[in-house]
Ligand binder design. Structure first.
Ligand SMILES: O=C(O)CCC(=O)C(=O)O
Ligand SMILES: [Fe+2]
Length: 299
């Protein structure tokens, strides 16, 4: 068998001994490293229940404020690497398919304007990368989800980016290519920037095109809205829950870190999705384009 070329210029993972988790998370309040601690057990139970009920769990002030400040400073040093993009997309990030009737949700295109600092641009000592590389965090999230094993995503651009949204930017209704996403708000906009989601609108056995069409057409019944504060952690099932970010209002950017997790450690975003949202498709996106999705869902 031929070995594929390395996709990263250098190995990027921190070892456990290099990650000072107590500098990132207040481990007295959230003793996620101590598997038998009653506080961990009750936090996991609360998150699990919330994920079952609404596809989403919210832990206010999970991150230490000085870690959030360090992340904000990292974003300001990486401004040159912010990739802005503007286009029209459907909820699945696929091309138009004119063999389908016009009212099919795959043919419903919406404008999108957003910007990311892709994961491959994070600084060497990035707090966000340390958070992402922490096995304690992965284990905690896996317990909250009740899904094991989960993995960090293989996608070199989308696995752990910062989203940096300016006035008027918005992210329309969509499903993610990965299974689970953590959102850590770093900076709040003055207005807008709300995360809206429809819990479990599809599942691996049912695309529920009628339900998706209804929301795209304006049905607000299944819609939940979450407003985060800086330092809050949100965990949600973005592959099953249709979600969006409402337009940003005011001059202050909305900055959010988006560490992502998967049940399939091989698959990455399709090239069209990578190019549309993250600004480029790398060799790995083409090499793995035909990898069969474990869940058969569209993306
Ligand atoms: O910014 C957010 O809160 C979510 C962004 C999102 O849904 C995505 O990047 O796929
Ligand atoms: Fe998303």
């Amino acid at each position: 068998m031929m070995l594929q070329g390395l996709h990263a210029p250098m190995p990027s993972a921190f070892s456990a001994a290099e990650i000072a988790l107590e500098a990132i998370v207040d481990l007295d309040t959230f003793p996620i490293h101590d598997l038998q601690h009653p506080k961990r057990k009750s936090l996991v139970a609360d998150c699990y229940e919330s994920l079952q009920e609404t596809g989403c769990a919210h832990i206010p002030r999970f991150m230490r404020q000085d870690a959030i400040e360090a992340m904000r400073e990292e974003v300001s040093r990486l401004r040159k690497d912010i990739r802005r993009s503007e286009d029209t997309v459907n909820a699945y990030f696929t091309n138009d398919d004119d063999s389908l009737p016009l009212e099919h949700p795959k043919r419903h295109f919406m404008s999108r304007r957003s910007a990311f600092i892709n994961s491959d641009k994070l600084e060497f000592q990035s707090i966000l990368r340390q958070f992402y590389d922490s096995d304690v965090i992965v284990h905690f999230l896996s317990d909250c989800l009740g899904v094991a094993p989960i993995y960090r995503w293989a996608d070199p651009l989308a696995r752990n980016p910062y989203s940096v949204m300016q006035e008027g930017d918005h992210f329309p209704w969509h499903f993610d290519g990965n299974d689970f996403t953590v959102s850590i708000l770093v900076q709040q906009s003055e207005g807008g920037g709300d995360f809206e989601y429809c819990p479990n609108l599809r599942n691996p056995y049912d695309e529920n095109f009628d339900g998706v069409s209804a929301v795209l057409g304006g049905d607000r019944n299944p819609v939940h809205v979450l407003t985060l504060q800086p330092g809050d952690l949100q965990l949600f099932k973005g592959r099953y829950s249709l979600h969006s970010v409402t337009p940003i209002v005011g001059k202050t950017e909305r900055i959010i870190a988006l560490p992502t997790y998967v049940t399939d450690p091989y698959a990455v975003n399709r090239p069209h999705h990578a190019k549309t949202v993250y600004g480029e498709a790398l060799p790995i996106h083409f090499e793995r384009e035909r990898a069969v999705r474990a869940d058969n869902l569209i993306d």
